[in-house]
Design a protein around this ligand. Sequence first.
Ligand code: THU
Length: 159
Amino acid sequence: MKRKNINIEYKEYLNKEELSKEEILLLERAAQAAESAYAPYSNFHVGAALLLSNGEIVAASNQENAAYPSGLCAERVAVFYAHAKYPAESILSMAVTAMVDGKLCKTPTYPCGACRQVLSESEKRAGSPIKIIIGGEKVIQIVEGISSLLPFAFDNVSK
Ligand code: THU
């Protein structure tokens, strides 16, 4: 038996000015997208903005449904739309922000497990890490790849 460790590194910013222009723009686009959320059941409005390899930014929000599991998180709405519209492009980075009652959540909102699994496959398609920028009102955190969020992703379908 061997004990093994996985180190997960993330960057934390308490000051938005330290981010690059591109990261700030993506966070702004995510916050804008959160305004289009359809979330009458949770009142939790999430926006996700993706930067693609062709320079396009695709942003989307969570869409809920009276049959609760039929709704979809902002991240998956954005990722699936991006792949449907630009199947040949890779996702380079993604910003996520969440709002309640029109105010940014104070702490970062990380993608749920199902979204991490989907992002993990997008990253595999891209062949390079997807940067994830998680924006809270007071704290912004960045991880440089999905493996930091989902170290043991499932990808055994063809094995
Ligand atoms: N939600 C997202 O859109 N993204 C996340 O990262 C977490 C949760 C949505 C799903 C549901 O519409 C609402 O937030 C409450 O869970």
